[in-house]
Design a protein around this ligand. Structure first.
Ligand code: TXA
Ligand code: MG
Length: 353
């Protein structure tokens, strides 16, 4: 049955007192086992009390998410992880450098967190968000907030309240509208293997290079940049699921914009859209007049591309396109996060021109 959804407008510019007054009713919903969608610096989260199996179960139902795909628990300060997970020196080295911020760390779970939250695993993902609305909501609720991205499973993660309202109205108690998310791609996820040794499970704003600069050894999980083989077990259950797929067929292009224009001109049977770097838009417009073009931002500006990617993928869905071409990103720095999301959105379809 549909739930009545209340939308609250909030801003990170409010004073502590104003923010507390505004968020207290939402924190109360969390304490009572309800669902609250809230902004973070990465994407919007779909939150519930992570220490309650019943509340966590509501998240899976609202998202249509398989129950073996674990949730991230969100804490207000890095040391709050102690209540829920077994920490270590390496955890605190990472926390000191990157928390609060867009980093999630996988740690052994304590029995304060039900297996419903961890998807049955004996580890738990811990993240401490920087966004003031998220951080204050968690502190006020007095618990760890379990929150996946606030989208229906399989659609792009929501990076503004309109996306959340479109996916979650009738499925959650409260949506907190805090405007656009700063970064726009989900947090970096690492698993601590041994002291000073981590595996990167999902790339994000905190890059491999950032973590290596702490003197740590980083292995990148194969599924970050390659297709999972049929007999391979995903280190992070989320890696095995289809993700972010737009309705049209998305193809990534490893080649020049001129070569792409030649290819599109050679087959006029399909309704085609192009996601292009700003610098390439004049070429596309002059060679393919009338074609639908989405501005991905300047070629070297991975921050703006990260900010726009999920919005663009959602936009393409409202345009009845058959085929969309997008540039294949590089894998340096934040590029790896873009590459990871885009090869999955494209179901690994890459053409070399
Ligand atoms: O930026 C973010 O991380 C956002 C915001 C809301 O914080 N959350 C988010 O959650 O992206 P979600 O559920 O959409 O993605 C979490 C990923 C999933 O792929 C899941 O499989 C993985 O984290 N994960 C969670 N717990 C894990 C664990 N114990 N071991 C390995 N992977 C885990
Ligand atoms: Mg997600």
């Amino acid at each position: 049955m549909a739930i009545e959804t209340v939308v609250i407008k909030a801003s990170e510019d409010l004073s502590d007192r104003e923010l507390t007054a505004l968020l207290e009713p939402a924190a109360d919903v969390i304490r009572r086992g309800g669902l609250v969608a809230f902004p973070t610096e990465t994407v919007y989260g779909l939150g519930a009390d992570g220490t309650s199996a019943e509340a966590a179960a509501k998240i899976y139902a609202a998202k249509g998410r398989p129950s073996d795909n674990p949730l991230i628990i969100h804490v207000a300060g890095p040391e709050d992880a102690e209540k829920y997970a077994v920490t270590s020196g390496t955890y605190y080295t990472l926390a000191k450098a990157f928390m609060p911020g867009p980093l999630t760390v996988i740690l052994p779970v304590k029995d304060t967190v039900p297996r419903t939250t961890t998807g049955g695993l004996d580890t738990v993902a811990v993240r401490c968000p920087l966004n003031r609305i998220a951080n204050r909501l968690i502190a006020l609720s007095g618990t760890a907030i379990a929150a996946p991205s606030a989208n229906i499973s399989g659609t792009p993660s929501p990076t503004n309240a309109r996306h959340v309202i479109s996916d979650m109205t009738g499925r959650v108690d409260v949506i907190i509208d805090g405007g656009d998310c700063d970064f726009g791609l989900e947090s970096t996820i690492v698993k601590i293997e041994e002291e000073g040794i981590v595996t990167l499970l999902r790339p994000g704003k905190i890059t491999v290079e950032d973590i290596e600069s702490l003197g740590m050894y980083v292995t990148v999980a194969g599924a970050v940049s390659e297709e999972l083989k049929s007999n391979e077990i995903a280190l992070s259950p989320g890696m095995k699921y289809k993700h972010y797929a737009p309705k049209a067929c998305l193809v990534l292009v490893d080649g020049s914009v001129n070569a792409l224009c030649d290819l599109i001109k050679s087959d006029s049977s399909k309704k085609v859209g192009v996601i292009a770097y700003s610098e390439d838009i004049p070429t596309v417009n002059s060679r393919l007049p009338g074609i639908r073009v989405f501005d991905f931002g300047s070629c070297g500006d991975t921050a703006i591309q990260a900010h726009r990617l999920f919005s663009i993928l959602r936009m393409t869905d409202s345009e009845a396109l058959d085929l969309i071409y997008a540039p294949l990103p590089g894998t340096e720095g934040v590029g790896l996060a873009l590459y990871n999301r885009m090869i999955r959105a494209a179901a690994h379809k890459i053409i070399k021109l």
